[in-house]
Design a protein around this ligand. Sequence first.
Ligand code: PLP
Ligand code: ZN
Length: 562
Amino acid sequence: MSGVSYAVHCIDCGHTEPFRLVQTTCSQCGSNWREVHYDLEKVKPIFEHQLSERPFDLWRYRELLPIAEYIPYLSMGEGGTPLIHANNLGMMLGCPNLFIKDERQGPTNSFKDRQAAIAIAAMKEAEITEAVLASTGNVAIAYSAYAARAGIKLWAFLTSLVPLEKMREVAIYGTKVIKVTGTYDQAKRLAAEFARQRNLHLERGACSIPSVESMKTLAFEIAEQLTYYLRTNSDALANLPTKWKAPDWYVQSVSGGIGPLGVLKGFTELYQMGLIDRIPSIACIQAEGCAPMVHAWKANKAVADPVLNPKTHITTLSTGDPGRTYTLLRERMLRLGGGAFESVSDEETFRTIHILAKLEGLSTESAAAVAFAGTIKLLRQGIIKPNEIIVVNCTGHTMPVETLVLGDGWATDISISRLEMEAKPQEGLYGALSNLTPEKVRKIVIIDDIEDARRLLRRILQSQGDFLIREAASGMEGIQMIQEDPPDVIILDLMMPEMDGFAVLSHLQQFPDLASIPVIVVTAKELTKEEQALLRGKVKALMHKGKFMSDDLADEILEAIH
Ligand SMILES: *Cc1c(COP(=O)(O)O)cnc(C)c1O
Ligand SMILES: [Zn+2]
């Protein structure tokens, strides 16, 4: 489609031959492990000068995709998802450059849409009319949607742990759903055997060339979008020697590892063309109950021992045997001198779902939240530095399937009896609303000169309880608010122009009724011994900006008012 030549290169024997989807192994040595090499010299000027004329979807990178002919009727707007600056979460974590690649916004709401769009286009090109895959849910959903457009019949082998809502989504597209009572790895073996017996095309995951290649488009988009964002919001890129800026980190939740494998290849190709300034470090985050890659990485092993019995509620990430994908990833990450593999518990993940939803307005499936929980962990460990540019892939949105993350009492019931309604229709209806107002609403005053910080604090408080919140942008304004109507708790910043937090505190000390109001200091300042002494006995708690989580603050507040 592009006039740029490409060929398949065997990573075991080096043999190079033309790409044909139906030929799944190296014709020289029989290896399954091959990758596409492109004539990057030819691609470079196109990427440098022609992209801006193309629509913002993944086909704008067609010269680096192994598809001969773009087929318009298959397309549903795949790729081109937003890169969102995580203002609130970033502020809570002390990271000014935290970005979210929002893959929930793909046609079937996960980043598997990239894979499906390219893999199905390749199947169409190879005149395949029936195919088989195994999936933990999202691959089956995405492939089913694209297969429907392409007129390809699909067989999806799903482990019985996949939520029923997802299975029904697969079925509605017309795919044959085979529920396998067993692990994902077992479902994969069954699918492979079925495909062999029926002589049908099998989706081969990390050994499928179109699948790995599709994930590169994430890297290409991130480079373009990050550069655009930084250029328009700061002058940090004034002396950038390359066309685009790459982030310091790409973080993703990982199951089989196609995502990081493809993304790393994408960044590497951009780097080889001289279009980005460096190749980012990759962080692969797994669920603790199924973390074969993390175990192997930490034990410094090149081969991962399979986890035979995954123990996690996060079914999407239940690849127990990553096989050679891990070995390749590790090899490449070590060659680049870094990266990380880390795991997080289901509990940490569920907590992070709440943080993402309540602070950033992003409802995610648990598999996606794993990457964010991992980012927080790596920041805490000092592996990711707070001032680095971090892009986290928000891999999927499947709101209806998350049944475990909300406790009881997440909604307030109002029931209006028929009798009441007949007697006094208006009173019956509105009377019910009185249940919604708690007896005593606690009053909180936030004193902070930085608007973003006030918004974050307000948002944390709003999501944690019923509070009446007032904001003051200066010490003077805060004192005034407190004197007019004394609150139950004061949240105070220390560094403010004119009247700083210390001055506010000593002013309050002059009035016995105000001096007794609990004060929680939230500050970005490292305190000297003298300053700590100044605060002693006058504040209820001291919290450092960027070092506490939203529920830590809520805990302090609840303790202060009880
Ligand atoms: C598939 C998937 C992952 C894991 O991606 P891999 O790159 O295949 O390891 C993570 N999150 C979601 C939502 C997924 O669908
Ligand atoms: Zn070979």
